[in-house]
Design a protein around this ligand. Sequence first.
Ligand SMILES: *Cc1c(COP(=O)(O)O)cnc(C)c1O
Length: 384
Amino acid sequence: MDKKREEGVNTRCVHSGTWEDAATGGVNSPIFTSSSYLFPNPSGKAYYPRYFNLPNQAAVASKLCALEGTEEAIVQSSGMAAITVALFGLLKSGDHVVFQPDLYGGTHHFAVTELERFGIEMTFAKGRSAEDFAREMRDNTRVLYLETPSNPLLNIGDLREAASVAKERGVISMVDNTFATPVNQRPAELGIDVVLHSGTKYLGGHSDINCGAIATTRELMKRIFPVAVNHGGTLDSQACYLLERSMKTLGLRVERQCANAMELARFLDAHPGTGRVYYPGLPAHEGHETAKRQMSGFGAVVSFEVEGNKADANALLQRLKLITPAVSLGGIESLVCIPAETSHAKMTPAARKEAGIKDTLVRLSVGIEDVEDLKRDLSEALSL
Ligand SMILES: *Cc1c(COP(=O)(O)O)cnc(C)c1O
């Protein structure tokens, strides 16, 4: 593992974790289709999919460890499975959790609809600075939950600062690293304890797998793992292999997606048909300096406000010919959506307003297409 950490990100993407097939010497991990395994068997291990110990599950988890620089990882059946299992693994009745104010819609919905039933208290911090988090911490605070860049406004939180505020108080810090990917941001190196992913997005990268992952220390995994087994959000070997195969090109895909996103952000920023453009790579973005410090790329989601009203935003989406109006993000194809109607539809209008998510906000997930084609599509749709 240590040797692997010294290698470049693309080398780790390609080689880390591969299950070596002694029988044939094949260069890819073979797919283990069985859910039943001889017991006792020569390895002495009780293999079972829901114990997350099948070779395909281990291969992809090990690749993620190498990329995130963590001791352990497990794959989960979705990003929400990863998020909820990590929280339930580390919180119990009577505990308190501090969330940053702007979260993925599903995470926000989970926080407001489920935690209270289990006697878990929570607070949404007013902002995402160290002081904002410190102010909300109580004696029973156990977890600080972060997401950066955030969905859909690409707000940037300083991970090193947040991690140290948490550490000083014995609070576990967690970050949803979906938007950044380990190619652009490695939170564990900045002191964050638990790294979460919706693998449905960039790790999978081809809009054909629903999966998630938790990467953390050996010590915290001891608490999270039994809860994962109880909750049963397993990922089968076929999907694990698809994820492993996808992650081999993660570095290349993300590099191209980030370059395209930077160019489109500049283009949209200069266009008279758009309002505010949100992209951490733009020097005017509030989080630009922090992003430069803690990320090696600015990510591939660009959000922008459309001049006019909700109907104008919807009409723009309909005029696009190449970029597809669709939910989700992170794939090789460019997608657009209106967060107020999709990812953040479950939030109340008041909560959305407070988070700064306007009805005319469009979220663009930039793919690997030729950027000139994407620019032309946006230009034609905006100029009507
Ligand atoms: C999509 C997403 C999730 C949820 O992932 P699923 O795989 O859909 O369960 C969590 N966090 C972020 C930032 C996301 O974009």
